[in-house]
Design a protein around this ligand. Sequence first.
Ligand SMILES: Nc1ncnc2c1ncn2[C@@H]1O[C@H](COP(=O)(O)OP(=O)(O)OP(=O)(O)O)[C@@H](O)[C@H]1O
Length: 250
Amino acid sequence: MSEPLVDQPDGPDGQDGQDALNAKQSAHNPVIDCQGVAKRFSEGPQELEVLRRIDLRVERAEQLAVVGPSGSGKSTLLHILGGLDEPSSGTVQIAGESIYKLGQAARGRLRNRELGFVYQFHHLLPEFSALENVAMPLLIRRTPPSQSRQAAAELLERIGLGERLEHRPAELSGGERQRVAIARAAVTRPSCILADEPTGNLDRQTAVNVFELLQQLNSELGTALIFVTHDIDLAQRTQRVLRIEDGELK
Ligand SMILES: Nc1ncnc2c1ncn2[C@@H]1O[C@H](COP(=O)(O)OP(=O)(O)OP(=O)(O)O)[C@@H](O)[C@H]1O
């Protein structure tokens, strides 16, 4: 996947004001509304239909898990919902805006405003400290550096990493790295965090801790959560569990 983890700023001056207006107007829409989505991949002469007839509304502050066998299309669905991979057909609205009708720059801004992403592997920048990694999405939005660092420090302290601000990823445990990655996704106060097997690489207790952090952000900040997982126990602890089977949501 070639999309950056955090979107680069672009667009003419004055765009920030337009984006703020859009954000205000869209606050009453579902976070994500996906209708009639299908996804086909071409494999030489053959076509692989991974998803078909997917209808899904994710409301503000909702939490849901997506489960299904390996290769059933969970990650593909998450990428489509997150504006990272265009569906073959169907529509995806994020905060009321049809993301795939937008150009790349506006699409990036909408993603940056509304969504945060967490992956199985943390994808933190190795040469930067935990604090700098978490501040990065704010700096990219042109938030002043002192304000970005303060917001990052406050969030890291809130999630129990106040003693690790200056540590680089290599100096953190696997669970700590993943918590930093979650803080990076949450620091912009997105409407929704899309998490693709965020606990897949962790031991049981660390996985539970990381999952509970996502739930804490959901309840304290009202951030909706879409959680792709193979872990049925954790999935059952979310409000709603969706299963992908034969390319459809059950
Ligand atoms: N870019 C692509 N080109 C061709 N086929 C693809 C592409 N991306 C995914 N696929 C295929 O789509 C199917 C679904 O893949 P996906 O990664 O969404 O499954 P998944 O449910 O997330 O699997 P896992 O649980 O193993 O991570 C697989 O058969 C995969 O090979």
